[in-house]
Every structure is written in C-alpha cells, then in structure tokens.
Design a protein around this ligand. Structure first.
Ligand code: NAG
Ligand code: NAG
Ligand code: NAG
Ligand code: NAG
Length: 507
C-alpha cells in the first residue's frame, strides 16, 4: 500500500486514490526491465551530508542504476602533485584498498569514472601548468602514465567504464590535428597524448570500458566529424576505444526524430564499430527571475526527454545507457553557468517533484501495451485463458479451457501513469487482478475490489511480439505463472519459461 509519510506528525496516512496513482514505480525498475541503464551525475557532498531530509539519495536509488561523480574524480581534484593524490571522493564512493566497500556498493549502484584526462587549461592541475616550461615531452608522458595507471589500478574491477579523455576537441576549425584544443598535453605530446591515455588505461584494467567524451557532437557537424576521425585514428593505431560519450547538453528548442541528423550521426559511429552513450543529458529552458520565460517549455522539455530516451533505446544495445547531468533542478550547473538565463533543465523540480520529463521517460520505458480489452493465455497453453470464477465475488481466478469467449475471461487493461497497469475482469470492472504473498516462494493471485493497492498494480515487460511478462509492483522481478499441468496461477521468480510468458490478444 502506498503511504504518505507526514514527517512533522510522524504518522502515515493512506491518501486519496488520485494522489496514490501519481507515485511512480521509478525509472530504475522500468529501465531494468527494459535492459537499459539509466544514470545521473551526483554531488558527493550531498550524498555525504544526506541532504534534504534524505530525498536526494532516495531519488537516486529510486530512479538510477549508475552514477557518475559530477566533481571529485577529475584530475584537477585527484592529482594534487607529482605522485600525490587526493582519494577522498573516489574512495568514499567505491572503497579503498583497505576498505573495499563504498557508498556505491552499499546501495547496489554502479559507478562511471569521469574523467582521466581533461585537457582544457582550466581543468588541468595548477601545479602541472606552473611547471610546464621545465617538463620535457618524455617527462610529460611518464607523468601521464603514472597518473592514469595509478587511478585506474586503484579502482580496477569496480568501475563500469571510464571517460578516458574529456572534451579534447575545439569548437572551431584549427590547424591542429582533429581540431584538438591547444593544451598542456598537446604542446608536450601532440595528438599522441590521446593515444597514450587510452593505452595506459587499458593496460591498467583490460576489462574496463573506455570512452571518449565530448559535448556538441550529437548531430553531424564539424566537431562530430573530427571526433569520428579521432576515434577512427585511435582504432587504426590498435588502441582500445569502446565508444564515444555524447554529452547532450541541449536546450528546449531542439527536436530529435528518427532519421534526423542526431540519428544519422549516432549510426555512423556505430557503423564504424563504436558504442555510443548519452552521458550528460540536460535540457535547459530560457529563464527570467528564476522562472521559465515560457511556462509551456516544461511540457516541450518533457517530450524532448522522451525523444532522447527513444533515441537511446533505438540504438540499444550499441547505446547501453543514458545519464543525466543531475536529476533535480535544485542542483544543476546550468543556472550559474548561464548567469541565470537558463535553467530548470532536469526531470525533477527543485522540490524533487517529478516534471513532465520524468513522466515521459517513465511512460516510454514502461508503457509497452496499449490500453484495451485482452485475452491472456500462457505461451505454454495458448488454447487456454486466464479467467475469473463465474462466482465473481469469490475472487478466484484460474486458467480456463477455450479461447476467451465470455466476459469473465476478458481483461480490461489500463495504464496508470505511475509505470504500472490495472487489469480488471470485463465482467467486474470494480475488481482487479491482485497478487498476494508476493515475496513467498510461491505467491498467489486473485481479484479484489480496486483500491490502488500495490498488489493490484502490474508491470508488463515485452518478451517478444504480443508476449509479455506480468509482474506485481511489489515484487517486480517476479511474475505471474501457470503451474505446469494444472489450472493454478501463482507468483514465482522469473526463469523465462513458457508458463511465465503470457500471450496478450487484443479483443
Ligand atoms: C561531416 O562529414 C560528413 C560525412 O563525411 C560530410 O558530408 C559533412 O559535410 C561534414 N560536415 C562538416 C561540417 O565538415
Ligand atoms: C549576469 O546577469 C546580471 C543580471 O541580469 C547582469 O547584471 C550581469 O551583468 C550579468 N553578468 C554577466 C557576466 O553577464
Ligand atoms: C477499463 O477500465 C478503465 C479504468 O477503470 C475504465 O475507464 C474503462 O471504461 C474500462 N473499459 C471497459 C471496456 O470496461
Ligand atoms: C499468505 O500466506 C500466509 C501463510 O504464509 C497465509 O496465512 C495467508 O492467508 C496468505 N494470504 C492470502 C491472501 O491467502
């Protein structure tokens, strides 16, 4: 049962149905069932302080499978001198050699590493820049090797993937190869610094995924072309590069549609053998006095969040994830970066209330079936169907012979806006399919009067064309099954058998 906790009063109220239906099951559940990873950048300070009465952490755990540190794991923060490192953030997140469990493991999440090398002068360790004139190219190469080897080795086996090089390419045409920025590393080593960075990272952890991460390369453009040329060159040199992170800091004026230059651009990276990732998505809207200039932009933003998620799903598994750069408008780099002319860029508002962008993503991930009246047959017995007893008030359900001819065997399936579905017998729309004992080895299924109960809310997962897993919200990794050789319907762990997959035929 959903519950509204009134912290000030310390009591738990059962709220009215319209509010209950708004509590989303969470993007994490829906993304997990779609086999795509969603993530967010986090401020480790907020985690450590457990800010906002726990809402910051609770929303991360509810919605994401992986996180990336917005600050704290970049060279400027870790590399404080030659052979001197500040491990505070990384160790707290994923543990140190002496204490191998960090916040990430404790909370069942995964970490992306960001980043090993960020060549822009502003992002370089100051001590290194100060010594530039006395550092030879050979010394620069050995410093780079020391740093990357030390960091990647320390977190070997614990990090899902690293952004090895971040934002190395200029926004404008230049005479440098691949339009690389003028940087300490370029001045010392030329274009080879990028090659060395990937080689050192791969040598230190041959199993970790290595990405080149960049902004402004989402569409075909000069900068995207240079990026593709860069990674193709690395590949031709025998260097391991798994993929390209496209940051996706965009604004609400954009549209993303299948076949457009965003899709064409992703496709050509994939055709050349690279994975892509959406690494830093946010969608800013023009602001004045802390408010959107055009309130309708928040709806447009919602549609655009969905479009980018559809893009990621389209290229899945070559695009295996999407991360946003933060998740609540309470903490975002956009307002200060734009001198408050842009903002409100994330899926939750500053009070952690889901915005249209959140619901659009929830729906895109979880709404896998159109509302309608359906017959449900297990794939193992397609000539039988799920039905309620002719004594509807008994609540009993079972598998019946025949093909779903009467209203006791037809199910009115309707989407609930919170990522789940209601299934009501057509003969008794005030009742709904309801699971019980959902966490017992074998749970049960019946019908009960509809009351917005968790046990009456179902997640549907598409297994193949017209075939679905049907799982109770309260135990969403489990499924409704028919017990072999009987007419009994139960809740069990999913093992992908035909008894557990239901053919849903629209009537
Ligand atoms: C980028 O590359 C594509 C494909 O080679 C080419 O058609 C396009 O003109 C290039 N764009 C720019 C701005 O160089
Ligand atoms: C930032 O915005 C304020 C208020 O509009 C303005 O006075 C100030 O000049 C702006 N600063 C910059 C650096 O653009
Ligand atoms: C299905 O259920 C929904 C939600 O209660 C209801 O609005 C709709 O009218 C029902 N459809 C049918 C065909 O009974
Ligand atoms: C759930 O299981 C318990 C025993 O573990 C049983 O007493 C209870 O009646 C079951 N619930 C329902 C709704 O049947």
């Amino acid at each position: 049962m959903h519950c509204v906790i009134l912290l000030t009063l310390g009591i738990c109220l059962v709220s009215v149905p319209s509010i209950l239906a708004q509590d989303p099951i969470g993007l994490r559940v829906s993304a997990t069932l779609r086999d795509i990873r969603l993530g967010t950048a986090v401020l480790v300070d907020n985690l450590q302080k457990n800010v906002d009465g726990g809402k910051y952490i609770a929303n991360i755990k509810k919605n994401y499978q992986w996180v990336v540190a917005e600050v704290g794991m970049k060279p400027k923060q870790i590399w404080i001198g030659e052979n001197k490192y500040n491990w505070a953030t990384g160790d707290w997140l994923i543990g140190s050699p002496s204490n191998p469990i960090g916040w990430i493991q404790q909370n069942g999440l995964q970490l992306r590493g960001h980043n090993l090398l960020w060549p822009g002068n502003n992002f370089m360790p100051t001590w290194l820049l100060q010594q530039e004139s006395s550092i030879t190219p050979d010394k620069a190469k050995s410093l780079l090797e020391d740093y990357i080897t030390t960091v990647v080795t320390r977190y070997r086996g614990k990090i899902a993937g690293w952004d090895v090089v971040n934002e190395a390419i200029d926004d404008y045409d230049s005479s440098r190869p691949f339009n690389l920025r003028d940087s300490f590393w370029f001045r010392k080593l030329g274009r080879d610094f990028i090659k060395y960075a990937f080689i050192f990272a791969h040598n230190a952890d041959p199993n970790v995924e290595l990405f080149y991460n960049e902004y402004g390369i989402e569409r075909t453009s000069l900068k995207a072309n240079r990026t593709l040329e860069l990674v193709n060159w690395l590949k031709s040199e025998g260097v391991t590069v798994h993929g390209v992170g496209m940051q996706w800091h965009i604004d609400v004026s954009k549209t993303v549609t299948p076949g457009d230059s965003y899709y064409q651009n992703a496709q050509r990276f994939i055709d050349q053998g690279f994975d892509i990732l959406v690494t830093e998505l946010d969608i800013s809207v023009p602001m004045r006095n802390g408010k959107p200039i055009n309130p309708a932009d928040i709806q447009k933003q919602g549609v655009l969040y969905r479009s980018v998620l559809q893009y990621a799903l389209h290229f899945h598994p070559k695009c295996h994830g999407l991360l946003t750069w933060g998740f609540t408008d309470r903490y975002s780099w956009i307002p200060s970066f734009s001198n408050n002319t842009k903002g409100d860029a994330l899926p939750l508002d500053a009070s952690y209330v889901p915005k249209p962008g959140y619901f659009q993503m929830q729906e895109e991930l979880a709404r896998v079936l159109a509302d309608g009246v359906y017959c449900l047959s297990p794939k193992s017995q397609p000539n039988k169907c799920l039905g309620v007893s002719s004594d509807v008030s008994s609540g009993n359900i079972q598998l019946y012979d025949g093909t779903c001819t009467n209203d006791n065997q037809k199910w009115n399936i309707s989407w609930l806006d919170d990522g789940t579905y209601r299934l009501s017998p057509l003969s008794a729309n005030t009742r709904a399919l309801s699971a019980y004992n959902v966490t017992s080895t074998v749970g049960g299924v019946q019908t009960t009067f509809w009351s917005f109960n968790d046990n009456q809310e179902w997640v549907l997962t598409s297994a193949e064309n017209k075939v679905y897993r049907v799982g109770p919200r309260g135990a969403w990794l489990r499924v409704m099954t028919v017990i072999s050789g009987t007419a009994d319907v139960r809740i069990v762990d999913y093992t992908s058998t035909n008894e557990q997959n239901w053919i849903l035929t629209s009537i």
